[in-house]
Design a protein around this ligand. Structure first.
Ligand code: URP
Ligand code: ZN
Ligand code: ZN
Ligand code: ZN
Length: 467
């Protein structure tokens, strides 16, 4: 492992921007020196960061690797998905383990440990998706918290699949309040949505664009409001995942203004894509829009600015990806006959920092510090990874990105590393990219190449909710 000096870069954290040299010893940041102040001790390696920024590694708090869903399995596993994340400057993920209905949470978490063990390029942690909440699984929540799995996701959507009713949600929230866990909520009312879907199909409205038309934003606003009310009643914090709609954001703002521990993330697809993309025609004809089928659905373009404003004002705290890739061939194609059968999800684990730097920092929508905060510091704090991860400080893990703000590259399925046969951003040029990525002090990306070792990523135990 040894000693590495990262020299001459501009360190950017959520609060500071300054020139410094970083000494990395045995996987951790050992010292931060002002310009020219590094002592003449020998380092095994010096990385020249002149003209570059140095950020804490990205933390993606919402990924679905190797996940059975929609009649198939998400196409990236822990090997390909974490490798792609590393290329894009992300050094930790929190993936969603699933409890299969009727099974113990233990079985779900063990299954996810087995999926990840020995494969990951970067550190990883797990949330637990609960599909049954009863006294047995409620008790198990405490066991998982002790093992560092400190957040649980429940679904108001997908009736008959992952859906949980209000009683289950409320009970899980009560328990979370007792044990310092955080409930992540897919806040979208799936019951009326399923009726709208059946009605659309009965009318022959089966093209991808009907995915958005049958999941109106009010279903998300109502779910968000209900999740917040249930959490307030139960005395627990709540984190709304993949928030897409302005009216849902209003509910979060209202709760936060009342001082409730309510948090929300959005995802790049909601900032950069819109329901117009669902109506695209292309190499797959009128089925092209299937590339953009994710849940909640893409919204009208005008809503993107509401989300940007939320990010700027801290009404939204995090941008994570909801990376849930499915190939067009053999996977999205399952929904050729009906949008309702298109597996839901989009690829994004690799492109998050590129898009947010290019479309957020370079356009002046957010500052560099805010960029670091929403992609690393805030998710680290909310999900119990801070201060080991999420900042640049003495004693923190040396999960670092040396970022070249001028590096240009064209996003394309051919050059990105996610195991999926398309990119939603095909042909789009972005400026800014990682020159080096370090995971616990090891250089894993250098000159656009992976130089790490498969399996070096470790499971990280997270602490309880403490904001
Ligand atoms: O379309 C999505 N979001 N797929 C993944 C499952 C989920 O709801 O997060
Ligand atoms: Zn979800
Ligand atoms: Zn406010
Ligand atoms: Zn998701």
């Amino acid at each position: 492992m040894g000693r590495t000096l990262i020299q001459g870069g501009i360190v950017v954290t959520a609060v500071d921007t300054y020139e410094a040299d970083l000494a990395v010893v045995d996987g951790k940041i050992a010292a931060i020196f002002g310009p020219g102040a590094a002592p003449a001790i020998t380092f095994d390696r010096t990385i020249d960061a002149k003209g570059k920024y140095v950020f804490p590694g990205g933390i993606d708090a919402h990924t679905h690797l190797d996940m059975p869903f929609g009649g198939t399995t998400s196409s990236d596993d822990f090997e390909t998905g974490t490798l792609a994340a590393a290329y894009g400057g992300t050094t930790s993920i929190v993936d969603f383990a699933i409890q299969t209905k009727g099974d113990a949470l233990r079985k779900g978490i063990d299954t996810w440990h087995a999926k990840a063990e020995g494969k990951a390029a970067i550190d990883y942690a797990f949330h637990m998706i609960m599909t049954d909440v009863n006294e047995s699984t409620a008790a198990e929540m405490g066991t998982l918290v002790n093992e560092g799995v400190t957040s649980f996701k429940l679904f108001m959507a997908y009736p008959g699949v992952l859906y949980a009713d209000d009683g289950m949600i409320f009970r899980a929230m009560q328990r979370a309040g007792e044990i310092g866990a955080l409930i992540c909520m897919h806040a979208e009312n799936g019951i009326p949505i399923d009726i709208l879907i059946a009605q659309a199909i009965a009318k022959g409205n089966t093209a991808p664009k009907y995915h958005a038309l049958t999941r109106p934003q009010i279903a998300e606003a109502e779910g968000t409001h209900r999740a917040i009310c249930l959490a307030e009643m139960a005395g627990s914090p709540v984190y709304i995942v993949h928030l897409s709609a302005a009216r849902a954001l209003e509910k979060v703002v209202e709760a936060r203004d009342r001082g409730l521990p309510a948090y929300a993330e959005t995802c790049p697809q909601y900032l950069f894509c819109s329901d117009d993309d669902l109506g695209r025609e292309g190499e797959y004809g009128a089925f092209e829009g299937a590339k953009f089928v994710c849940t909640p659905p893409l919204r009208p373009k005008a809503m993107q600015e509401d989300l940007w404003r939320g990010l700027k004002t801290n009404d939204l705290q995090v941008v994570s990806t909801d990376h849930c890739p499915f190939c067009m061939k053999g996977q999205k194609e399952l929904g050729r006959e009906s949008f309702a059968k298109v597996p839901n999800g989009m690829p994004g684990i690799e492109t998050r920092l590129y898009l947010l730097w290019d479309g957020g920092v370079r356009t002046g929508r957010i500052s560099m510090n805010r960029f670091v905060e929403i992609t690393s510091t805030a998710p680290a704090k909310i999900f119990g990874l801070y201060p080991h991860k999420g900042t640049i400080a003495v004693g923190a893990d040396a999960d670092l990105v040396v970022w070249d703000p001028n590096k240009k590259h064209v996003l394309s399925q051919k050059t990105l590393h996610m195991r999926v046969d398309y990119s939603p951003y095909e042909g789009q040029e972005v400026t800014g990219g990682a020159s080096y990525v370090l995971s616990r002090g090891n250089v894993i990306i250098e000159d656009g190449k992976y130089v790490g070792k498969k399996g070096d990523g470790r499971f990280v135990k997270r602490s309880t909710f403490g904001l």
